[in-house]
Design a protein around this ligand. Sequence first.
Ligand code: PBG
Length: 325
Amino acid sequence: MFQMRRNRILRQSPAIRAMVAETILTPDDFIVPLFIDEGVGQVHEIPSMPDYYRRSLDGAVNEVKELWSLGIKCVLLFIKCSDDLKDNTGKEAWNPDGLMQRSIKAIKEAVPEMVVMTDVALDPYSIYGHDGIVDNGEIVNDPTVEALVRMSLSHARAGADFVAPSDMMDGRIGAIRSALEKDGFTKTGIMAYSAKYASCFYGPFRDALDSAPGFGDKKTYQMDYANRTEAVKEALMDVEEGADIVMVKPGLPYLDILREVKNAVQVPVSVYNISGEYAMIKAASRMGWIDENKAILETLTSFKRAGADLIATYFAKEAAKLLNA
Ligand code: PBG
């Protein structure tokens, strides 16, 4: 008369639901992007990222201490380069006394156990706002890779635990790995942004760092959102070239890619819950249309369920507080 399986048995109480939950989110999963600016005592809310701030190094260091106290293990550093230091070579990117290098040192000194990852790409340093060197309107691959190698080595020298190339040039992971080996940085990891798509959802991030492309778009290096197989190819090649962690980016519109990559590689996979995804949840919650805290936990859990071992997210601090409560 009735089917012999009642699926609601496993959903009937919070205790049973907790026992059979397949995916558990913890602060160990989070990577916190930090936007760092020159100066002292500077705190700027990013207009298109409400409740998210760009801080001068003193404030960023305090923020890292607080994140550590909440159980968060990893930060990913981005700096805002002042306009007078920008050019087409990106040379400020490997200045040993540059803001990034000073930030790495200060944060490792303040909280040595915190895992420090650094963004490697030329866009914050480029007068053109592109991730690579521009020649005749073209973003040239091999000279850019040489610049990214210099940049990575300078981050390693300053004490970065992982460099995170987000530029999508060909061959950069292999080149960075050999250079790290050659210079004796045998403990420096590489988190490769392997499948990074040309996405409209990066807009608020470019506001935060004033790094929007001055001409054209990023479609000759970032991937076409129509493609899936290509993401697997990119991830497999980056693993082959020496990536320790591979990333899929953006997050929410790419959960299928995340699962595909997770199934294909034998290294940890990270996902970047990017600025536009953050802005959408913040905007809807400010309009009173969704419950922000619930939206955060549901979103972050969806990444883990889709296969993410690590999640870079601007919601990390709020999520850690919710999970610790
Ligand atoms: C640049 C970089 C971008 C992001 C991280 N590194 C933007 C871009 O490629 O234009 C986006 C992060 C976000 O939107 O949250 N190399």
